[in-house]
Design a protein around this ligand. Structure first.
Ligand code: CMP
Length: 139
């Protein structure tokens, strides 16, 4: 099924100048990039984006991390894009990520894990519209 998913290159990977390498992996994996923004999240934007994690012990630290520097936010499209981007990222904890995944290559720890991806169709819809409200995605 053709799908869209939200991807974020997080502040750790941006600071380490890995954005280009990660974009190359995305292109080589065959995703179409439908929208892209370079932005510095405000605290309110980070809190709203991660609202489902509000009660978690790591919420404050996660929001501080996500606002510490610029991020690249993207809409990726392709067959099974949600699951395929999750596979290319690897699991949340880079220590558990298989060789060749983005998080294995560029993640530092379970929080500073280089990239984000939507975890399912409902989340993808919410997350895409969160950063690209009403935007007509490039065909
Ligand atoms: P992400 O896929 O963006 O979704 C939620 C984020 O919270 C996750 O990546 C990590 O950056 C962070 N996170 C998840 N679990 C933990 C944890 N146990 N400790 C610290 N940060 C976490």
């Amino acid at each position: 099924m053709n799908e869209r998913t939200l991807a974020i290159i997080k502040p750790d990977a941006m600071a380490a100048r890995r954005a280009g390498a990660i974009l190359s992996m995305i292109e080589e994996a065959g995703f179409r990039i439908r929208a892209m923004r370079l932005m510095r999240l405000t605290r309110a934007q980070a809190e709203g984006f991660y609202a489902v994690h509000r009660e978690k012990p790591f919420f404050d630290s996660l929001c501080r991390f996500m606002t510490e520097g610029p991020v690249i936010v993207m809409v990726l499209e392709g067959e099974g894009a949600i699951q395929r981007w999750r596979e290319l990222m690897g699991p949340t904890d880079p220590a558990k990520a298989p060789e060749g995944t983005v998080r294995k290559l560029y993640g530092t720890n379970i929080e500073r894990n280089a990239v984000h991806g939507s975890d399912g169709p409902d989340t993808a819809r919410f997350e895409v519209s969160y950063f690209f409200p009403g935007v007509e995605l490039v065909e």
